[in-house]
Design a protein around this ligand. Structure first.
Ligand code: HEM
Length: 205
């Protein structure tokens, strides 16, 4: 890919990823966050976090599908870091606007409300991924260990989906779409690896 194309695509990615944040800032400034501003911020940041994690997870299977898509790897770290950015905004919205920085309230919530417990688990699992996203960390850990650690992204995604299901009212199916996409991505990985193995065995036979 040409350097100029890459710069344009990266700029576009920044723009698209910052869109939801910009929208929330705009709505906050113009007082148009709706009847429940806290819920609006919490729901949109939560959804964006999960969406970005799932997009990050889609990159490897897409690259395996075709060598022409190998350039997508250049966007994985950016998407992952934006997922962490929105996840942290989401977590801070809870800490500031739901719990009012009240530690006993947060502890009771984490202990008693299973969807909060799962959300905290999902965020905590994102933390080592974000902290080790630098080139320096990759070099320090070594490729193998880094890859092993970054498998945690699957656990984060599953925790995020469970958190989403546990958060909605019984009978509400809004998490279904992302659940299906995540299930397809999780199934695609071993399937594509198996297909690749078969292909290389056929070539060497
Ligand atoms: C400290 C960690 C977290 C806390 C305390 C937390 C808390 C919450 C709360 C209170 C809501 C419901 C808002 C409402 O009904 O008004 C919510 C919704 C949601 N959260 Fe989290 N969350 C956390 C981490 C995460 C993470 C890491 C993800 C993604 C992987 C996530 C994804 C979602 C989603 C998808 C929703 C529902 C959005 C929708 O209905 O459109 N949360 N969270």
């Amino acid at each position: 890919m040409k350097r100029s194309t890459l710069i344009i695509l990266k700029t576009l990615t920044w723009f698209v990823c910052l869109w939801q944040f910009g929208l929330l800032v705009y709505e906050a400034v113009t007082n148009t966050l709706g009847p429940d501003p806290t819920a609006n911020i919490e729901l949109s940041t939560g959804y964006t976090t999960l969406l970005l994690i799932i997009l990050t997870l889609a990159i490897t299977p897409l690259r395996r599908l075709s060598p022409r898509l190998s350039w997508l790897i250049k966007f994985r770290r950016l998407l992952g870091l934006f997922a962490f950015f929105y996840g942290t905004l989401h977590m801070l919205t809870y800490v500031a606007l739901y719990a009012g920085f009240d530690v006993p309230t947060m502890i009771t919530d984490i202990a008693k409300r299973r969807f909060i417990t799962m959300g905290v688990a999902a965020w905590l699992l994102m933390l080592p991924l974000a902290l080790t996203s630098t080139t320096w960390a990759i070099r320090k850990l070594g490729g193998k260990n880094w890859n092993r650690l970054h498998k945690l992204v699957y656990v984060t995604a599953v925790c995020g989906i469970i958190h989403y299901w546990w958060q909605v009212k019984p009978g509400v199916l809004s998490p279904l779409r992302l659940t299906i996409v995540l299930a397809v991505l999780l199934a695609a990985r071993p399937l594509l690896a198996w297909m690749q193995q078969r292909r290389s065995r056929a070539v060497s036979a």
